[in-house]
Write a protein that binds this ligand. Structure first.
Ligand code: G3I
Ligand code: 9MR
Length: 574
């Protein structure tokens, strides 16, 4: 019933913060578009014109344009009054609803962190906390078998030990130290960057509100503790080495946890696992030790803080003695590999985190040596954790001033590049062709995280303020992108938005008999690699997303994808 010439408009489906930049995406227009915005009473409160439609990624051949059609941007940043609005191109075109409100990311933030609770292993989820997603316990992981690849004199192949709890990695039911490490570190960083925000924030998990004033643990730390308890058990107490993963030999079928009863193994000790473990345990030690002494004592944090620090150092020593044990998937193991041959960034990650924990010069020196070896700073990801610790070292006063300056320059150098990407994109999105990999939505959010962390490094002079605004705008664009302002029109977070993934590759969501998937999960996102061989609507990088259970390469969920979502939403709410 609408005019055939109507272009499609995509907005952030959860809304816009009053003072933030506000943009929408126009797809399929060939000429600039006029647009109007109506308030709830139907009054026009804003009118404007789009940017000129253009191909996104000019360097790509015609069939590889990121969106397969021309895109343009509508800017209505000046609309700051909270309210419910509708945006329209020409008179006979459809209305696109959106809202402007101060706490617009509050619910989606809580959903994104609650998702970790929904993926807890070794426990039942109660109706009180999980509603329709309540389920029986699975994967007790109390009799985990040492795989031949992980055998040592103290724990020969076939030895059994207990390593319960932790979060399932993703849509599968396995637990991988490398990926768990970066996810946990990111959540702990959210806690240490926004302590007041998290102090009393609750999202109905079993630990919510438990304990006396002296030992109540913020929900975020309680959630993280669930995973730390598992991680801690992944270290071989005899030599400090850390198993790479705890897994079945082959992926489970589409069943609920209680019906997934294949034997569980720990597989190979690796350098990357030891280093990620060391970084997280060092960070956790510091977070727990920072509580007021009487509170930390009452809650048992003080003891744990000491244990974690020692354990992190033991893992570090193991890594130094075994500096190049890369993960090699044994022939009988078919689950996720998280293999990475480049370890200098992991070494620097662990050294930096240990230095922040113990202040020792040898760790600082190791950080510097490995950082230089790792080369230019890269956006964080499971194979590239270094940026996570660089962001903290860059703002920590005990770090020597010259090093801090270098780290700050590295961060702003990368952030400036992302700003350029946004400015060069007709979609006003800081995304380039290389970003569209398996887990592209997390690439977007890790970029946003780096931008927001870089924004706080800038001076308060006029130039600093302009740059800061650019960083915030680029980050906001990336958040908009995952929440709907993208060429698929999906808000990629289950349950949050008007068009959200319905068929996540997530075993509980598929097997639980509830129509709607478990809420709060970020789908991996557009991925032209299409490694799953499923049916996709398009090959164009930014449209290569398949909302099907089949599609693990574009529609799976993962803890390392939700973690930067949590961080970035917390940052925007602060
Ligand atoms: O980095 C390269 C890039 O340089 C290259 O241009 C591009 C071209 O294809 O590939 C990029 O690498 C891809 C990499 O993801 C990017 O992070 C690989 O092709 C791709 O195969 C790889 O996918 C990983 C996938 O496992 C398969 O190993 C994902 O990162 C990783 O998130 C995913 O993790 C899985 C676990 O194994 C099992 N549990 C679920 C989890 C999520 O799907
Ligand atoms: O479900 C698995 C998913 O968690 C992984 O990310 C993915 C890639 O390792 O593999 C999925 O399992 C598939 C397997 O690799 C091939 N057979 C079909 C499985 C999905 O149902």
């Amino acid at each position: 019933q609408f005019g055939t010439s109507c272009a499609v408009v995509q907005v952030n489906q959860t809304g816009y913060l009053p003072s933030a930049s506000k943009q929408a995406l126009v797809q399929g227009a060939i000429a600039p578009q006029q647009f109007r915005i109506f308030d709830a009473s139907g009054t026009v409160v804003f009118a404007g014109q789009s940017s000129a439609p253009a191909d996104w990624a000019l360097t790509a051949p015609a069939d590889r344009r990121l969106a397969a059609e021309k895109v343009a941007t509508l800017d209505f940043s000046a609309l700051q009054q909270p309210g419910f609005y509708q945006l329209q191109l020409q008179n006979d075109c459809p209305l696109t609803p959106f809202r402007v409100a101060p706490a617009v990311y509050s619910a989606v933030h809580d959903g994104a962190i609650k998702a970790f609770y929904f993926n807890r292993a070794s426990t039942a989820l109660s109706p009180e906390h999980a509603g329709p997603y309540a389920r029986a316990a699975g994967h007790p992981d109390e009799q985990v078998i040492v795989h031949a690849s992980a055998a040592s004199a103290s724990r020969p192949a076939g030895t059994q030990f207990s390593a319960p709890k932790g979060w399932y990695d993703a849509g599968d039911y396995n637990k991988y130290v490398v990926n768990s490490g970066v996810s946990t570190y990111t959540l702990l960083q959210a806690y240490s960057d926004f302590p007041a925000f998290y102090a009393n924030r609750q999202w109905q998990i079993p630990e919510s509100g438990l304990g006396s004033a002296k030992n109540a643990m913020p929900d975020l730390l309680a959630e993280v503790q669930w995973n730390l308890d598992w991680l801690r058990a992944m270290q071989d107490p005899f030599d400090g080495g850390v198993y790479h993963k705890l897994t079945n030999l082959t992926f489970d079928g589409v069943v609920m946890p209680k019906d997934a009863t294949k034997p569980r193994f720990v597989v190979q000790k690796t350098t990357a696992a030891a280093l990620n473990y060391a970084a997280v345990l060092a960070k956790a030690s510091r977070v727990l030790a920072a509580f007021p002494a009487d509170q930390a004592q009452a809650a048992g944090y003080a003891t744990r803080a000491v244990d974690y620090a020692k354990s992190a150092e033991a893992a570090w020593r193991w890594a130094l003695a075994h500096p190049d044990v890369v993960y090699r998937q044994p022939a009988d193991v078919k689950t996720g590999a998280y293999g990475d041959d480049v370890l200098s960034d992991e070494f620097a990650f662990a050294a930096g985190a240990l230095y922040l924990q113990n202040g020792r010069a040898d760790y600082l020196a190791a950080f510097e040596a490995f950082r230089q070896k790792a080369g230019p700073l890269q956006v964080a990801g499971w194979a590239n954790p270094l940026a996570l610790v660089v962001a903290e070292l860059a703002v920590t006063p005990v770090v020597p001033a010259a090093l801090r300056a270098t780290l700050q320059q590295q961060m702003t150098g990368l952030a400036n590049e992302f700003v350029r990407q946004q400015q060069q994109s007709p979609a006003a999105l800081a995304l380039v062709e290389n970003d569209f990999v398996w887990g592209s939505n997390a690439v977007a959010l890790n970029k946003a995280m780096l931008l927001l962390q870089s924004a706080r490094l800038l001076g308060t002079d006029a130039a600093g303020k302009i740059q800061q605004q650019q960083y915030q705008q680029a980050a906001q664009g990336l958040v908009d992108y995952v929440l709907g302002r993208n060429p698929t029109g999906y808000s990629y977070v289950s349950g949050f938005g008007s068009k959200t993934p319905q068929h996540l590759h997530h075993r509980p969501s598929e097997a639980d008999g509830v129509t709607a998937p478990v809420p709060g999960w970020l789908a991996g996102g557009a991925n032209p690699g299409q490694q799953d061989g499923c049916v996709y609507p398009s090959k164009a990088p930014a449209k290569s997303y398949s909302d099907t259970e089949c599609s693990y390469a574009s529609n799976e969920v993962a803890i390392n994808w939700n973690a930067p979502l949590v961080y970035v939403l917390a940052a925007l709410l602060n």
